[in-house]
Design a protein around this ligand. Sequence first.
Ligand code: NAD
Ligand code: MG
Length: 334
Amino acid sequence: MSNKNVFTRRQAIGGISAGLASLVALPAFSSPGTSSSTDVAPVLEDPINKYPKPPFKEQSQPWPGLAGKMEPRPDHGETSYKGSNRLAGRKALITGGDSGMGRAAAIAYAREGADVAINYLPAEEEDAKEVIDLIKKAGRKAVAIPGDLRDESFCQKMVAEAVKQLGGLDILVNNAARQQTKPSILNISSEDFDATMKTNIYAPFWTTKAAVPHMKPGAVIIATSSEQAYDPSAELYDYAQTKAATTNYVKSLAKQLAEKGIRVNGVAPGPIWTPLQVSGGATMEKLKSFGGDTPFKRPGQPVELASIYVQLAANDGSYATGQIYGSSGGKGQP
Ligand code: NAD
Ligand code: MG
C-alpha cells in the first residue's frame, strides 16, 4: 500500500506542456541539484479510495498480534512518510511502538529528526525489529525496550532506560493498550478487567509519573484515546471506560503541568487497521466489515494519523494543551 500518487518533476513538466499547469503545485519544484525528496509535487488524493475497504478476509491471531501477519498489511508510512525536520534533536519514548499508531508515530518522529525509544511486549520482537531498522535508516538513534507495562517497576525502568540511552526525554507517547471484545459483562473475568485497567490506566500513570521529573519546558505528553471514549460499543465495556479515563487524564494533567511548560494532548482514532483488532479486539463479524460503517466506508490506516502525533509534539503547536485530536473517517467525536 505504498503511496504512488505523486507526480515526478518530469511528469509535472509534461503536464504543463499539455496545458495542465493548473493541476501542478509549482512551489514544490526543486531547482536542479536538490534532493529528490523535494522533486515531487503531491497530487490530490481521494480519501475514499486511498486504502483497502471491507469486506476483509477472516483472520485471527493470538493476542497481542503482529502487523507483519495481517492481510492486508497495515500502512504505517514505511514507504510514504516524508519528514521535514520538525522534531530535530527531540528524544521520544513511545509505548506500543512496534505496530499500529505507535509504529506510525515512531517512523514519522525519526524522519522528522527525533531519536526514538519504543516499548512493546517480548512476543512482538518481529514487528519491533522492523521499526528499529526503519528508525536507524532515518539516521536516528533507535532504542528497543521490551517489557510488560502492567508492572509498575518495569514502567519505572523503561523510563530510566529511555532517559539514559537518549540522553533525556522530550516526548512521551502513552499509546499501548489492551482491547478484548466480550459480548456481555458476564463474560468479563476479574482477571480480564484487571489486565485492561493495568495496561490502559495504571501503566500511563506509572510511566508519566516516572517521566515528568525528566521533562523540561517544551516537552510533551501524548495519549492515545479513542472514539470509544465518546460513543462506547456494547461489547467493549471495560476498554471503553479506560478510553474515557484517558481523555479525562489528558485534560486534568494539561492543567496541572501547564505551569511547567509541559503540554498534554490526546489522539482519538476511529476504526484503524491494526493488530489490536485481529487479536481479540473485534468480533469476526465486525472485522470482516471493519470501518464500513464510517462515511468513508473503510478503516483508517495508522499512517493517516502519523502527522497528528507529529503536530502535537512540534514546537509550532505550542498553544495546544488539554486537547483531543480526532481522526475517524467522519464517524464519532471529537
Ligand atoms: P496495536 O496492537 O498495534 O498497538 C497496541 C500495542 O500495545 C501493542 O503493539 C503492544 O505493544 C502494546 N501493549 C499491549 N499490552 C501491553 C503490555 N501489557 N505491555 C506492553 N505493551 C503492551 O494496536 P493500535 O490499534 O495501534 O493501538 C494503539 C492505540 O490506539 C491503543 O491505545 C488503542 O486503544 C488505540 N485505538 C485503536 C483503535 C483501532 O481501531 N485500532 C481505535 C481507537 C483507539
Ligand atoms: Mg504490536
